[in-house]
Design a protein around this ligand. Structure first.
Ligand SMILES: [Fe+2]
Length: 182
């Protein structure tokens, strides 16, 4: 049962020493967080060009964003560099693909990826990705239906890798340009 208000949640996250909250602890806090309608209503933006990212928080050890996805919008395949991530669905159905490296880095600048799972998350559902996790997420609902997720990263995002779906070519993005990718 959700028991933490936003302020209580932020206070709890500040109690962790250092700059990183372990993914298991972050997932537990996000599970207990009761996201209010007010927070979502006041942090919405929509664009036909790309899903929109509205900052909720950037502290020493946590970054939180509201992501607003029009039908058909999705991320690149990516990791989060040194950060772990937890995402919670507010509305709509979130399509997630998780990947693992199927190579040992033999070819510099390229990765061979295998899909390990495909998930459909409903409102209230969560997904967690530890440091090094590779995934893609998006709104594939069709019917011009919108989707909102709330995403959390610890430590705050700094650099990420992207993986070209067709060629496996690895790219790197630094903050804040990476926000266009996660
Ligand atoms: Fe991500």
């Amino acid at each position: 049962m959700a028991t933490l208000t936003w302020d209580q949640f932020v206070e709890r996250t500040r109690a962790f020493p250092g700059s990183a909250i372990p993914v298991r602890d972050l997932a537990r806090l996000v599970k207990d967080l009761e996201i209010s309608e007010d927070i979502i209503t006041s942090h919405q933006a929509w664009s036909p060009d790309a899903y929109q990212r509205i900052p909720l928080l950037r502290s020493e050890n946590l970054e939180a964003l509201v992501l607003c996805w029009e039908d058909g919008q999705e991320t690149f395949i990516h990791d989060h560099g040194p950060s772990c991530a937890v995402a919670k669905v507010w509305s709509g159905t979130t399509f997630i693909e998780n990947f693992r490296r199927a190579d040992k880095g033999e070819r510099p600048g390229f990765a061979k990826l295998d899909v390990t799972e495909r998930l459909e998350l409903k409102p209230g559902d969560m997904t967690a990705s530890d440091v090094g996790g590779i995934h893609a997420m998006g709104n594939h609902m069709g019917g011009r239906r919108r989707m909102i997720t709330v995403n959390f990263y610890s430590p705050p995002l700094s650099r990420i890798q992207t993986f070209d779906r067709a060629t496996g070519e690895i790219g790197e993005k630094l903050y804040p340009a990476l926000l266009e990718t996660i």
